[in-house]
Design a protein around this ligand. Sequence first.
Ligand code: NVA
Length: 312
Amino acid sequence: MSNQLNHFLADDQLNKNQLLALIELAIKIKSNPTDYNQALAGKSVAMIFEKPSLRTHVSFDMGINKLGGHALYLGQQNGKLGERERVSDYAKNLSCFADAIVARVFSHDSIQGLAKHGSVPVINALCDVYHPCQALADFVTLAELLPSLNKSELSSVKLAYVGDGNNVSNSLMIMAATLGVDFTLLTPTGYEAQSDIVAVAQALADESGAKLTITTDVEAIGAQDVIYTDTWISMGDEDASNKAKILAHFAPYQVNHQLMTKANASVVMHCQPAHLEEEITTELFDSEMAVVFQQAENRMWAQNAVLVSLLK
Ligand code: NVA
């Protein structure tokens, strides 16, 4: 695999060197933003959002502005991708005007269609299977936290994700496996990661030396440095009639002070939006252990590293 990035679609398309280079570049841009304030001068980025967004929308828009570029938000006013126009036509039209496409979509197929039929780089800003921008920002955050975790490298961090096996946990698990970070995925029965994603992560872990633990047993959490959680019900999975049942099923997997103590973990992460008193207690989310706003800020620096790498 060459180290040149053409798109940023799914975590398993990046090798360890590419990931480490992006993390390093994000930290460099964050410490010297003015050095990059013309990096996207004269360039425009089309941003398609099929789902709601706070951090992703704002961090891309303001991040692109900080790089001297122009961001255009395309919400639902043009209808659902693939309905009013084919995804292929959407991609070909946007490629006439834009230098890159950022897309938050319901289906990963749409991301792949945009990349296949467009002629400009495509960035996955969340789909049903992956959230690679989030995972990259999370590893930037972990890299910054190494001194406070008493570690000298990312590969010595122990990270556990507790909750729904979803796009966020898939991306985190695959990036952890690529980077050699020991990763535990703890989900309730019926909400595990898809077997093909686990197989990809396991193959990457075998290569990097990361230990991958997949369990539904809260008692098997083991010793961790960091615990990560996300909503129990993702966008697109909402079914109000089922909510009470899901909340009851997930209740033993709530990330709270007791779980942090059990795992001897000192840091808690959350991609937000948080559903307080569901996947995480308010007390823990508001505590010194939470690095959630550092994660949020790093979305912008991580994405800017991706944009600069794709458009250089
Ligand atoms: N898993 C969540 C992440 C939100 C940023 C969702 O897809 O809704």
